[in-house]
Ligand binder design. Structure first.
Ligand SMILES: [Zn+2]
Length: 480
């Protein structure tokens, strides 16, 4: 089997927790930092004799997501009971949608290096979340604060042919849900969870191979790593003529491996049947039209607008619109500084580099848009130069001080004063007679040597444009 080339076939299931204020079938508040079991009632703890009442906001959020992801919306969809037994599921079943979900046949287009690829999405359905098991020492506890929280589950077609494609899909999907403001998209905290089905097949074959399901990948990086690991593991098995087992595997980020959790239960184990306590969900056109009108600008549209309105290169626009928070941060700086490309450069290099270094999200950035704008205005009006701005930014990031405060405290204002700069240039030329001779003899690149010396002399505070002018002028006089 060594000579056969295999290709991966990957499909994704994404669970997104909706940002509704209350749970899906009761009026309990959705908040997780609360004390365990505080936000519970007889409905979400599955007491006998209670009835679920569907939260209208859940339907509206699911519709917004469906519209943004180009879904066909089913005028009538059905809630179903998915039966399984686990301590964190108090009713012994989860209310979900099965045969007829709220939306089917959507897609998401992703642009990469100028080509657009379309990834199909089979379905989007509404369901409730389970509670949480907490294991401490030798005891297990149950927290039902999350039980009954609204989720949408998004199931793609097996359209991904690499780990990178799959990870990029989840990134784009998260971005859409964040722009819609229906999910906060925090993968580490579990508001966005992703499972993948992955199988391999010889290139050119249309039938699918046997797939394994991979769970527990709680970041984009882990999705990519776990799938790459799985591709390698399955390739080795197939090359040795062995079989891939149909099973569920968990990603262990510490070990960088997936391991077998359990052999796959089949769908019929869940004994799905229509939920007798809820009527079919009827969506009328008025509601769809209303939701269409409420759709905000989506990542793709914003990216295009950034190119048109601010004259940014595609690459900048793509990075700056990656999350809504980053795009908002950029736009508030541009409003204050009115130099779109300069703002973009500074955010894409300094701001994103520091955030990455400290593993922070843009909303956790210690330098507010207002403070960054002040710093950039200082560069623009010549108070400081670009190099010093970077040092100041580093300090703003660590101390949360404002740019103004740091510039004042450290006396960092740029020196633009003619006569004092002239003195410095003169001094430098006087101290380097050999270099001056060589320069006059035609070694042009010594110009930057002189610039460097002047900057050193002024501790980087000299206005580079003024220095260039003065230096040119004085070198000319040396010639005569
Ligand atoms: Zn409740």
């Amino acid at each position: 089997m060594k000579n056969i080339k295999f290709e991966p076939v990957i499909g994704l299931e994404v669970h997104a927790q909706l940002k509704t204020h209350t749970k899906i079938f009761c009026s309990c508040t959705v908040r997780f930092e609360e004390q365990e079991n505080k936000n519970t009632c007889p409905i979400c703890t599955g007491m006998p004799g209670v009835l679920p009442v569907l939260n209208r906001k859940v339907v509206e959020f699911a519709l917004k997501a469906s519209l943004a992801l180009n879904f066909h919306i089913n005028p009538v969809s059905i809630f179903a009971r998915k039966n399984y037994f686990y301590p964190d599921l108090p009713k012994g079943y989860q209310i979900s949608q099965y045969d007829i979900p709220i939306a089917e046949h959507g897609y998401l287009e992703i642009e990469k290096e100028g080509t657009i690829k379309k990834f199909r999405i089979q379905r989007l359905h509404i369901e409730e979340d389970a509670g949480k098991n907490i294991h401490r020492a030798d005891k297990s506890y149950l927290d039902f604060n999350r039980a009954g929280t609204a989720l949408i589950e998004i199931v793609t077609d097996p359209d991904f042919r690499s780990a990178e494609e799959a990870a990029s899909f989840v990134r784009n999907l998260r971005s859409v849900l964040q722009y819609l403001d229906v999910c906060d998209g925090n993968m580490e905290e579990g508001s966005l969870r992703c499972d993948a089905n992955i199988s391999l097949r010889p290139v050119g074959q249309t039938n699918f191979g046997i797939k394994a399901e991979v769970k527990n990948m709680n970041s984009f990086k882990f999705i990519e790593k776990a799938l790459l690991y799985e591709i390698e593991r399955q390739t080795e098995l197939l090359e040795e003529g062995k079989k891939v087992l149909q099973e569920t595997r968990l990603w262990d980020s510490d070990k960088g491996k997936t391991f077998s959790m359990r052999s796959k239960e089949f769908a019929h184990d869940y004994r799905y049947f229509p939920e007798p306590d809820l009527r079919p969900l009827v969506i009328n056109n008025n509601l769809i039209e209303k939701m269409k009108k409420e759709l905000p600008e989506l990542p793709d549209q914003r990216r295009k607008r950034f190119v048109n309105q601010y004259g940014l290169p595609e690459y900048d626009a793509l990075i700056l619109t990656d999350t809504k928070n980053l795009a908002d941060y950029y736009e508030s700086c541009v409003t204050a500084v009115s130099d779109p490309k300069m703002v973009s450069n500074f955010i894409m290099t300094e701001v994103l580099r520091y955030l990455k270094k400290h593993s922070l999200e843009i909303q956790e950035n210690p330098v507010t848009a207002e403070n960054l704008s002040k710093l950039l205005i200082f560069i623009k009006n010549g108070t400081i130069n670009g190099k010093i701005a970077k040092d100041i930014f580093r300090e703003m990031f660590t101390t949360k001080k404002s740019a103004t405060q740091i510039v004042q405290e450290k006396n960092l204002s740029q020196v633009s004063d003619e006569s004092s700069l002239q003195d410095t240039v003169q001094k430098v030329l006087k101290n380097h007679p050999t270099e001056v001779d060589k320069y006059l003899g035609g070694v042009q690149n010594l110009f930057s040597f002189f610039m460097g010396q002047i900057m050193k002399e002024t501790k980087g505070r000299a206005n580079p444009q003024k220095v260039t002018e003065i230096l040119k002028e004085l070198l000319k006089t040396q010639r005569s």
